[in-house]
Every structure is written in structure tokens, then in C-alpha cells.
Design a protein around this ligand. Sequence first.
Ligand SMILES: [Zn+2]
Length: 127
Amino acid sequence: MQCPRCGSTHIRKNGIKQGKQNHICAQCRRQFIDEYDAPRTYSQEVKQHCLNLYVNGLGFRAIERVTGVHHTTVIYWVKTLGTQLASSPIISEIPKVGELDELETFVGAKKTKFGCGRQLTTSDREF
Ligand SMILES: [Zn+2]
């Protein structure tokens, strides 16, 4: 067993916490339970996918429905990414009608494309 903070293997037992064996690191005094679970985070792949959907006009709640990532998480990612840009505008509020654009795209595509009865896919937009 290793200390999750300093990686030391010099571990002592330190009583029971929440029904699990608690340990303490002799080196840095960090306490931890038997199976230490690292905080759960989304992979870079999932994050990239969500941001990609956002850039392509999908609303935060639509992204949540598609990917299962909570919309506040996506908002957080977009915000942090925005602050990393050199000339990012100051975001005062998050638009509430983000999905309206999606509807317009669909209606517009239907009018000019192949009539009715054909399933609209993203590749159709490239024509
Ligand atoms: Zn330690």
C-alpha cells in the first residue's frame, strides 16, 4: 500500500472510519482509507467531445442528454476554456435560448434539401 500524497509505503493503521480501515502515512501524516479512490474526472476525450458539441451550437442541456455529462460541468469547462483564450469577452450571463439555433438549422435544411421523409444527418449540412 502506498500513500496517495507522497507515495511512501511506510503506512500505519489508524482506526476504523466509516466502517473501513483507516491508515496514516508515517512520512507526511496523510490519512486515507483502505481503497483510496482518486477523484472521478472525465477523460480528455469526453471533455473534447462536449466542447465540440458546444462549439457546433448544441445547448448545454442537449449536450447533457447526448453525453450524460451534467450541464453545469460542461458550462464549467466552457468557462475555464474561455478564460484561457487571449481575447476572450467577459461572459456576464449564459444564454438561455441556445437550442433555438438548432431548430433553425433543421427547418432551413428541410426547405432547401431533399423534401420530406429523409432523415437529416450532419453530413447533409456539408452539401
Ligand atoms: Zn505520505
